[in-house]
Every structure is written in structure tokens, then in C-alpha cells.
Design a binder for this molecule. Structure first.
Ligand code: SF4
Ligand code: SF4
Length: 277
């Protein structure tokens, strides 16, 4: 029997080992439970074959002795769980189907996780507050043309932000019972053919729209800082994507700009023209 895909619902946390959560029931030496939450290994079915240790590009597994366990005397332990880049190599190659990889929330991703969370919260709040201010009180500086530009940018930002729902679902092939972010293939269609991070670009466009609609200095300061942090976050995330998708991602990087919308549209049109010749 493979690892229970709903183990987070069906089992209880019974403790931690080297900061890695243990999901019960546990009754050693025969019953050992599951180690890890986002990189979860069911020790009661792990045969200790070592394939996960071989294939993991992050070398996050380590051996742990489990004397007298009926299946095997050593188990794969996800020691460096926060380093996982969700490449699914271990999950797909494990012959015992003992591994379950789940999309990792940003606050779990090591020491800079809090920064990811802060950027996510502020990039949501800044547009809401700025737009409500602009609608309620009118633009602070009263420059009408900027207000109109803001209203034009707003739907574009919303489209890029939510395009992830269309393209990740359609082309990302998330595993069975998994969330939208658990893509198993590189998505390079739709808005992903224009820029590599349409969701982040959408967020930045919304913040620009919010600045133009409110024309308030405080909204502008927060918007500029959060946009810069959001850009920096995408640069950091790409290191993981390079590990996850390897050469395919390198080729994608050469073809599609990170977040430069104008350059992305020009390059997309060029590719379309060349393919029509
Ligand atoms: S690949 Fe699966 S069975 Fe083999 S050591 Fe890793 S978790 Fe255990
Ligand atoms: S999904 Fe990839 S990075 Fe994560 S533990 Fe498995 S092999 Fe390692």
C-alpha cells in the first residue's frame, strides 16, 4: 500500500525528530509512522532501497537505523526538508511509493521564509488599500490622466495574477490529489510564454495601478519596496526551478524574460512570426 495521500488529515502529529514532524501511530520497533510533512516518508513501507538518496538533487535525505523493523533496518529521513525544490524525482522513483511531496508554504522555506510571507501579505494589502483610498477620497494629487492609466493597468494586472489558475491547472500536470502549485512539468504557455513569473508581474502591476489610482505617497513607498522585494524573491525562486527543471529551464530563461512585459511581448511575436514562415 502506498503512503496515504491524506495522511495530514488522517494521522496525528506525535512529535518531532531533528525538527522534522512525526505522524503517528508510532509503536517501535514495528510501527514507525511517517517522517516529514512536505517531504513525507512512510517508514512502515520504506524498504531502504536508497533510490531517493541517489536521485534527490538537494541531497536532503539521510539514513536512519531502524533495527527490528519488519520491512527494513534503515529508512530514508528527510533531514533537510525545507531545501526541497519539488522536483518529484524521489516520489516518482520510489518503488515502494513511500514518499509524498506537497507544495511547501513559504514560511517553511528556511530562514528567509518570513520575508516571502511578508511580501505576500503586503502585495495583497497595498493594492486593496490604495484602490479603496483612490475610489473613496479621489487621487491625492488630483492628476486625472494618471488615474485613468491606473484603471487601465488594473485589469491587466488581475489577468496576469490569476492566469496561474488557467495555465498551471491545464499544463502543469499537478499530481493526483495535489494542489495547483504542485506542477510536475515546466509551464511555458499562455502568460508564461510572455514572462517567466506572470503571477508576480500581476502583483506588481496591481501595485502600480494602486499607486496611480491613489496617488498617495505612502501607497507609493510601500508599493515600490514590496515590488522590489517581490522581484528579488522571484530571482531566489528561480534557483530552485533550475534544479527542478534543469536544462529545460535554462532554455526557457533564454527564450522568455523574467518580468519585462514589453520585451516578453516582442519576443513572443518574433517567435510566432518565425514559426509561421
Ligand atoms: S526510495 Fe522509497 S523505499 Fe527507497 S529508501 Fe527512499 S523512501 Fe525508502
Ligand atoms: S522532490 Fe526533489 S528535491 Fe524534493 S526531496 Fe524529492 S528529489 Fe529531493
Amino acid at each position: 500500500m502506498p503512503i496515504d495521500p491524506k495522511f495530514q488529515k488522517n494521522r496525528k502529529k506525535v512529535g518531532k525528530e531533528a525538527d522534522i514532524t512525526i505522524w503517528g501511530p508510532v509503536d517501535p520497533p514495528e510501527i514507525l509512522g511517517i517522517r516529514g510533512t512536505y517531504v513525507a516518508v512512510d517508514w512502515d513501507i520504506c524498504t531502504g532501497c536508497g533510490i531517493c538518496l541517489e536521485v534527490c538533487p538537494q541531497q536532503l535525505y539521510e539514513w536512519v537505523e531502524t533495527s527490528n523493523h519488519p520491512v527494513s533496518e534503515k529508512k530514508a529521513f528527510p533531514t533537510r526538508e525545507p531545501d526541497c525544490v519539488q522536483c518529484y524525482k524521489c516520489e516518482t522513483k520510489c518503488p515502494a511509493q513511500a514518499i509524498r511531496i506537497e507544495f511547501m508554504p513559504t514560511d517553511y522555506q528556511g530562514s528567509t521564509g518570513w520575508l516571502f510571507s511578508l511580501v505576500a501579505i503586503l502585495s495583497l494589502l497595498q493594492p486593496i488599500v490604495g484602490i479603496i483610498y483612490g475610489v473613496w477620497f479621489g487621487p491625492f494629487l488630483g492628476i486625472q490622466p494618471l488615474l485613468y492609466v491606473g484603471w487601465v493597468i488594473l485589469p491587466v494586472g488581475l489577468f496576469f495574477l490569476f492566469s496561474i489558475v488557467i495555465y498551471f491547472k491545464r499544463d502543469g500536470k499537478p499530481g493526483e490529489g495535489k494542489g495547483l502549485m504542485d506542477t510536475t512539468v515546466l509551464v511555458d504557455s499562455g502568460t508564461y510564454a510572455i514572462v517567466r513569473h506572470p503571477m508576480a508581474l500581476g502583483g506588481i502591476l496591481l501595485m502600480i495601478a494602486s499607486i496611480l489610482i491613489s496617488q498617495h505617497w505612502l501607497v507609493a513607498i510601500v508599493g515600490v519596496i514590496v515590488s522590489a522585494l517581490s522581484y528579488r524573491t522571484q530571482v531566489k525562486l528561480e534557483k530552485g526551478l533550475l534544479v527542478k527543471f534543469g536544462d529545460d529551464y535554462k532554455r526557457y530563461m533564454e527564450k522568455v524574460p523574467r518580468m519585462n512585459l514589453l520585451l516578453g511581448i516582442i519576443r513572443l511575436l518574433k517567435r510566432k512570426l518565425l514559426s509561421n514562415r
